[in-house]
Ligand binder design. Sequence first.
Ligand SMILES: C[S@@+](CC[C@H](N)C(=O)[O-])C[C@H]1O[C@@H](n2cnc3c(N)ncnc32)[C@H](O)[C@@H]1O
Length: 246
Amino acid sequence: MQTTNKDSKNSQVVVPWAKIVFGPDHISSTRYDDIYFSNQGRFDEGMHVFMSGNDLPRRFLEESNHFVIGEIGLGMGLNFLLATTLPRSCKLTYIAYEKHPLTISDLLQVYKQIELPASPLRERFLEEYPKLLPTDHYPTTVTHTFPAENIELILYWGDLALEAAKGLELPYLVNAWFLDGHSPKKNPELWSYPLFANLFKNTANGGTAATYSVARMVRQNLLDAGFSIRKIPGVGNKKNSLAAIK
Ligand SMILES: C[S@@+](CC[C@H](N)C(=O)[O-])C[C@H]1O[C@@H](n2cnc3c(N)ncnc32)[C@H](O)[C@@H]1O
């Protein structure tokens, strides 16, 4: 379903909302014919692949000033909320890209269906979410701060593949990337070399990236962009996932 909104200048804004299917075991996307995640084990997977894959439990405590995470794509915000459950001694900027925003009703349905770990931010994120949506402009960037948690959230609503083709200029160098943009088989346009070259350019020295995908295209593009990579043990029915470092 595409929803059309009117912006303040009265031009038409078409937002390509996510198309979600709620199954008993999976939540999936009909746009990509791919699952977002399986209901069981979602948090173990996120913790293992993205948080441990980027060594965040250690790095969050060692960094005393500012840590920047970049995510492709925001989806339901589960990785965002998961990252905020980790003890941290620094400011966190979380920059997430998302082409297909979830409507607030789909987001609420997701949060009902899966058991989210307790997070001080969960309720506030849900409260703020409708105001963060791109109903007046698309593509657009929205920034929101959660002062009590020392978190700055920067949401880029739009197609990252198109942005990467033009050249990405992020406001900060990224310390850790969550590469979570649906499977490269189902979404090859996203996982192209220009994307990885742009990620590398916008990564701090010693910055890292993690993904559940070990597809050849992903490994090769990471290497060609300049990252070093290593396979790490997977979780659930995935044998391996991937960790990269600049
Ligand atoms: C597996 S889901 C991400 C789940 C999310 N990380 C979470 O924690 O809830 C993959 C997301 O990538 C987004 N995506 C796919 N292609 C994209 C693109 N070209 N630009 C931006 N986002 C994209 C999809 O719309 C989808 O929401």
